[in-house]
Design a protein around this ligand. Structure first.
Ligand code: FES
Length: 109
């Protein structure tokens, strides 16, 4: 299998009702993960060229849903399902991270 061009991590962590911290899973990240996979298929991306993986907590739960794109390590926060075409067309296809989806704090240059 060739090395993937991109690896997209989507936090799908969920917490029990009443937990004091929010979670990306309860904010709809499973739908984001599904939309990323569907969007890649719709764009004819070959299997293995871009990997999409659901993860446990990535850390900044209050800013979720959180998504990280590698190899560049770009963080996206408060991602909505409607943001997925932007990520796929601008970042994955054209190589330009989507500035308006980057969080203000930490991790992004
Ligand atoms: S639950 Fe998603 S970053 Fe913590």
């Amino acid at each position: 299998m060739p090395k993937p061009k991109h690896h997209i991590l989507v936090c799908t962590n969920t917490r029990p009702p009443g937990h004091p911290k929010p979670s990306c899973g309860s904010a709809g990240s499973q739908n984001i993960l599904m939309a990323l996979n569907m969007g890649l298929m719709e764009r004819g991306v070959q299997p293995g060229e871009v990997l999409v993986t659901g993860t446990t907590c990535l850390g900044p739960c209050e800013q979720g849903p959180n998504v990280v794109v590698y190899p560049d390590g770009t963080w996206y926060s408060q991602v909505k399902e409607t943001d997925v075409p932007l990520i796929l067309d601008e970042h994955i296809k054209n190589g330009t991270p989507v500035e308006q989806l980057k969080p203000d704090a930490v991790w992004n240059d």
